[in-house]
Design a protein around this ligand. Structure first.
Ligand SMILES: [Zn+2]
Length: 380
C-alpha cells in the first residue's frame, strides 16, 4: 500500500526494513520544529528513511520544555512531511523516562503514552534505565526493576495500539552516567540479559539504547570550553552488537547523544548496521540559535541573557558559554511565540541550513537509499 497521505509509518517497518544493511537511520529531534522542513526535504532528496522524535521531558501533556504537546508535535511533523512529499518516516516518542517506578509515575506515564498514540505516534522508547538496583546479587537482579517496568509499559503500548504495528526501543545503562572512575558503560552480557528477559515476557524491541560513552547535549572540557565528542567507545559498541547477534537476539543499537561527534568520525568509524538508529538532538537547536545570532540578534540576546540569568545560580563557577549551552533548551518554551514568529528570511535560512546539515548526516550514516529499501520491504 502506498503512503499517499505522507503520515508516519511504524518505526518497526523502518528498523526491520534496513536490518542487515550498513545503514543508520537518523532520528532527528525537533525541539524547535522550524528545522523540520529542511530535514524532510533532505530525506526525500537522498531517499533516506527518517525518524523524528521528542523526549518526555521536552514534549508532554503540559508542553514539556519545548512547549509542544504530543498533538502539536505530531501536527507539525506531519505538515513538514506533506510539504516535502516524503513518506518513509516514523513519529517517535524518545525517552519515555521512568525514574522512580512507583505506581503514580507509571500511571502518569501511561497517560502520556495514550496521548502520544492518540496523536498518531508510531514508535516508542521506554527508558527505565535509571531503575538499576546496585544491591542486586547478579545481573538479572540488578536489571529486575527495569525489566518489570519496561514490560508493563510495553504491554500498555501493545494494548493501546490495538493490533497496529509500531517501533519499540528500550534502554539499559543510563546514558552519560558517571561514577568516581568516569563513565559507567553497558557490558555486552548486560544487554543480552536485558533483551532475553524482555523476550521471555513477549516484548520484542527492534533497538536498544546503551551507555557507550556518549553524553546528551553539548560537551565541555573541565575548563568549560566546548569540545568535540570523541568519547563513544566503538569497540564496546561492536562487542554489545556481536553478543546480541550471537545470542540470536534480533536487536540493533540506538546511538544517543551524537551532537558534537565529528561527522567524519561517524562516517569512517561508526559500526553501521550494529548501530541502526542515530539520535541527533541538540545539534538542531544549536543550528537555530546560530542563525538567530545573525538574523534575530535581539531575540538571540534575550534568550542568552534569560538562560544565563536563570541558571547561573545553579551552576556556580561555570563559564557563561557552558551555562548557555547546557540550559538554552529551557528557553524554548519561554520564548515560544518569538521563536516561531521570526521573519521569513530567518525561516528560509533555518530551512536551508537544516537541509545541508541533514545531507551531511545522511551521508555519514550511509542512509541513502534506505527509504526505497523500506518501501519495498513493506510491500512483501
Ligand atoms: Zn537520548
Amino acid at each position: 500500500m502506498d503512503n499517499n497521505d505522507f503520515g508516519p509509518i511504524p518505526g518497526s517497518a523502518i528498523l526491520n526494513g534496513i536490518a542487515g544493511r550498513k545503514m543508520i537511520v537518523m532520528a532527528a529531534n525537533l525541539r524547535i520544529t522550524s528545522v523540520a522542513t529542511g530535514i524532510f526535504r533532505a530525506a526525500k532528496d537522498t531517499d533516506s528513511a527518517l525518524i523524528v522524535e521528542l523526549a518526555k521531558s521536552e514534549c508532554d501533556l503540559k508542553g514539556g520544555y519545548s512547549g509542544l504537546t504530543p498533538k502539536m508535535f505530531s501536527e507539525r511533523a506531519n505538515a513538514a512531511a506533506r510539504d516535502a512529499g516524503f513518506d518513509i518516516w516514523a513519529l517517535h516518542a524518545d525517552h519515555i523516562t521512568v525514574k522512580k517506578g512507583d505506581s503514580a509515575e507509571i500511571e502518569d506515564t501511561k497517560k502520556l503514552i495514550d496521548a502520544q498514540i492518540d496523536a498518531g505516534y508510531t514508535s516508542f522508547a521506554i527508558d527505565a534505565s535509571h531503575l538499576f538496583n546496585f544491591q542486586g546479587k547478579n545481573l538479572r537482579e540488578e536489571l529486575d526493576k527495569n525489566i518489570v517496568v519496561t514490560t508493563e509499559l510495553a504491554k500498555h503500548i501493545e494494548k493501546r495500539m490495538n493490533g497496529k504495528e509500531y517501533g519499540l526501543e528500550v534502554e539499559v545503562g543510563e546514558i552519560g552516567r558517571k561514577d568516581g572512575d568516569g563513565m559507567v558503560l553497558t557490558r555486552p552480557e548486560e544487554a543480552v540479559t536485558f533483551i532475553r528477559a524482555l523476550n521471555e515476557n513477549d516484548v520484542y524491541p527492534q533497538v536498544i539504547a546503551i551507555a557507550n560513552g556518549s553524553s546528551h547535549g553539548n560537551v565541555y572540557d573541565e575548563h568549560g570550553n566546548p569540545v568535540e565528542q570523541v568519547s563513544i567507545d566503538i569497540p564496546l559498541t561492536k562487542a554489545v552488537a556481536r553478543a546480541l547477534r550471537e545470542n540470536n537476539l534480533n536487536v540493533g543499537i540506538a546511538q544517543h547523544g551524537i551532537t558534537g561527534t565529528p561527522r567524519e568520525l561517524i562516517n569512517t568509524q561508526f559500526p553501521k548496521g550494529d548501530i541502526i538508529k542515530g539520535n541527533v538532538a541538540t545539534f538542531w537547536q544549536n543550528l537555530v540559535f546560530d542563525i538567530f545570532k545573525v538574523y534575530e540578534p535581539e531575540l538571540y540576546n534575550d534568550i542568552r541573557n534569560w538562560t544565563i540569568e536563570t541558571y547561573r545560580g545553579k551552576n556556580p563557577g561555570k563559564k557563561d558559554v557552558e551555562i548557555f549551552g547546557k540550559n538554552a533548551k529551557f528557553a524554548i518554551k519561554e520564548f515560544f511565540d518569538r521563536i516561531y514568529g521570526v521573519e521569513e528570511d530567518t525561516t528560509n535560512a533555518i530551512e536551508a541550513m537544516a537541509y545541508a546539515e541533514s545531507l551531511t548526516f545522511f551521508r555519514a550514516f550511509g542512509s541513502k537509499g534506505s527509504a526505497s529499501i523500506v518501501r519495498e520491504s513493506m510491500k512483501i
